[in-house]
Design a protein around this ligand. Structure first.
Ligand code: ADP
Ligand code: ZN
Length: 666
């Protein structure tokens, strides 16, 4: 039997497990059930794919989405792992072929939709199979407390119970609340599962929130910082998707769209254009993205605020799956709250009972509140997110818009004196709004009865904005000079006479935290993690990958992820062994693409020295050798090249010399 490390290296090309993966795999291999809570992009699939390869028999993977299954199976097949899926998208003969393959024991993994599990034909077949393991992906769908309840997930436990022998069962989700966790264990009937939660932090993501006056302009400014990058722009309605996408196309951006109002064919076509980087910008509703594992998404913009942080984190988390620095922007506007409420009120899932519907609505309302808090907070965004998912986090991450914007301390002693005078003279009589109106010297009609104009402190802070004065007053309350108290509405009074006196005698200074003038963000280039020379090679590798993907009719990332191309560009491998040492290149891929990659690197390293004839050397090229006459190149492996002598059919091994201009017989 292969060890888990061998499987990881041989098929996936990785030399080390990520945090948590190994523990889950070990427990599954010992026959213990497991539940695994990891954020999107952390690497959940490996946790069941590796043990599936090590176990006798087949693993059934329950997965909610057709696109998700299709992608996973394509990636596994590429890596040399026999896998298939069964769902409604297959033609009859395709399904027959798969069923035949299952019966003859061809596959190690079978992906199936939950709706299929209890169909008599499928169940009868499964009863005859050696099922080693059942893995449940997106397991939170089983809980009505989760944001994505799917009644068909309730089929899973009866399915497992109907099998003659209970397989090891494992569940995977990115949703971490206790209620959902409890439901997953209870409803899936996991047997004393080993439970693992890994950190939700995605350090390579920079979070930004803003409340732009014009969202369109804010979007263009993001696009300027992300020239040539691939990104997703989420909008809350189809109409907005249409508007934004049109606007982008008008301005010459290669953008495409995705929402439920398009035909199946349009959706498919647009999705593929995005995945293949023909249209690097995708404008979409939240219907887009589940199961899209495009690893080089460099930014995600939420043009509107989504309905909960679970959705937000999942959607924003589609940026930077390759681990490279990426940005997540949230544009917030009060109108968004109404839209979200409308969606909550009008969402209707016929499959739910009245009781279930009520629970779902209440939970949705609570989740919306947390979302609004995130959108409006001035605290560290990462901390707010992580705390919501039940994790501790440092006070300031230094890598979100709130942390980066840097507050500065301003001496506001003079203003504080003015404000405290006003509070003192109206001790316990005026609320915050009235004190502020008095100080600013601007009285709204509703306050005309208060006679503010006749006060000595009237207009002392003339020219300052309502917000500025409000912030000053709040800071005075927070630091204990003043207090807000009262029954009907809070009125302001002096809280600490002594300290207030010190302030007036110049014996104490009062500071406020004020946002610095916003510095323009650094240019995209300077954020880029790679050196310009590598970028050239990277570009060539990407061109090769694109062409190869087109030949195989596969999305580019299934061939190699961006992260792998980056590593190749950095390490510049010259031999197969060096290639295999690169993380993300398994044996199968090295076999299939190794020569093409080594040649690309070789050409890049010494383009000028390379003899034009040698430069074009690919299998099929014919060169004439002085001694041997015409020879046909049969294979290129780094600097080693195999030729077949046309006259005799004998194969010779040659090596390119270090100047890459001459061939030597080996
Ligand atoms: P999830 O299902 O948790 O969202 P995936 O299983 O799709 O995440 O994995 C995300 C990315 O991380 C994939 O590109 C995957 O190949 C990569 N990955 C997973 N495990 C490892 C590992 N041990 N080393 C390096 N990369 C890994
Ligand atoms: Zn922060």
């Amino acid at each position: 039997m292969m060890t888990k490390e061998t499987i990881l290296k041989k098929y996936f090309g990785y030399s080390a497990f990520r945090p948590g993966q190994e523990e889950i795999i070990d427990h599954l291999l010992q026959g213990r059930d497991a539940m695994c809570i990891m954020p999107t992009g952390a690497g959940k699939s490996i946790c069941y794919q590796v043990p599936a390869m090590a176990m006798e028999g087949i693993t059934i993977v329950v997965s909610p989405l057709i696109s998700l299954m299709k992608d996973q199976v394509a990636a596994l097949t590429q890596a040399g792992i026999p896998a298939a899926f069964l769902n409604s998208s297959l033609e009859e003969d395709e399904a027959k072929e798969v069923l035949f393959g299952i019966r003859s024991g061809r596959y190690k993994l079978l992906y199936a939709a939950p709706e299929r599990l209890l169909l008599p034909g499928f169940l009868a077949m499964c009863k005859t199979l050696p099922i080693a393991m059942v893995a449940v992906d997106e397991a939170h769908c089983v809980s009505q407390w989760g944001q994505d309840f799917r009644p068909s997930y309730l089929n899973i436990a009866p399915f497992i119970e109907a099998l003659p022998q209970r397989p090891v069962t494992c569940a995977f989700t990115a949703t971490a609340t206790d209620k959902v966790r409890g439901d997953v264990i209870r409803i899936l009937k996991l047997n004393d599962p080993f439970t693992l939660t890994t950190g939700f932090d995605r350090p390579n993501l920079t979070f930004h929130t803003s409340r732009p006056k014009s969202r369109k302009e804010a979007l263009f400014s993001v696009l300027l910082q992300h020239r040539n990058d691939s990104g997703i722009i989420y909008c809350s309605t189809r109409k907005t998707v249409e508007e934004v996408c049109d606007k982008l196309q008008d301005r010459g951006f290669a953008a495409t769209r995705y929402h439920a109002g398009l035909t199946d064919a349009e959706r498919k076509e647009n999705q593929e254009a995005f995945i293949n980087d023909d249209c690097p910008l995708m404008v979409a509703t939240n219907a887009f993205g589940m199961g899209i594992d495009k690893s080089n998404v460099r930014f995600v913009v939420h043009y509107n605020m989504p309905k909960c942080l679970e959705s937000y984190y999942q959607e924003a988390g589609r940026a930077g799956r390759d681990g490279l620095p990426s940005d997540c922007y949230l544009f917030y506007n009060a109108q968004d709250v109404h839209t979200c409420r409308w969606f909550i009120e009008n969402s209707d899932n016929d499959q739910l009972t009245e009781e279930q519907k009520k629970t779902v609505k209440e939970q949705d309302e609570l989740r919306l509140k947390a979302m609004i808090r995130y959108a409006k907070t001035e605290d560290c965004l990462r901390r707010v997110l992580l705390e919501y998912f039940g994790e501790k986090a440092p006070a300031n991450c230094g890598n979100c818009s709130n942390c980066l914007e840097n507050y500065e301390r301003i001496d506001a002693t003079e203003d504080a004196r003015k404000a405290l005078s006003c509070i003192f003279r109206n001790d316990g009589r005026l609320g915050l709004a009235a004190v502020s109106a008095c100080l600013r010297g601007e009285v709204p009609p509703s306050m005309e009865g208060l006679q503010l104009q006749s006060q000595t402190t009237f207009g002392l802070l003339q020219g300052q904005s309502e917000q500025q004065v409000r912030r000053l007053l709040t800071a005075l309350i927070d630091s204990g000079y003043a207090r807000a108290a009262g029954d009907a509405y809070a009125t302001l009074s002096i809280a600490d006479q002594e300290r207030t006196a010190l302030l007036f005698k110049n014996k104490e200074t009062f500071f406020v935290q004020q946002r610095k003038e916003k510095k323009p963000l650094p240019k995209a280039e300077s954020l880029s993690p790679r050196a310009p020379k590598d970028a050239q090679l990277l570009y060539r590798l990407q061109e090769w990958r694109k062409a190869q993907a087109a030949r195989e009719k596969q999305p580019a990332y299934i061939i190699f992820s961006d992260a792998v191309l980056h590593r190749i560009a950095e390490k510049k491998p010259r031999t197969k062994a060096e290639l295999l040492a690169i993380s993300g290149i398994g044996e199968k891929k090295a076999q299939r693409y190794g020569d093409a990659i080594l040649l690309t690197v070789l050409e890049f390293e010494a383009p000028k020295k390379l003899d034009p004839a040698l430069k074009k050397l690919t299998p099929g090229t014919v060169l004439t050798n002085r001694k041997r006459g015409p020879m046909t190149c049969v294979a290129v492996s780094g600097s080693v090249i195999y030729f077949r002598e046309n006259a005799t059919g004998k194969v010779f091994k040659y090596r390119l010399d270090s100047s890459l201009s001459r061939l030597f017989v080996l």
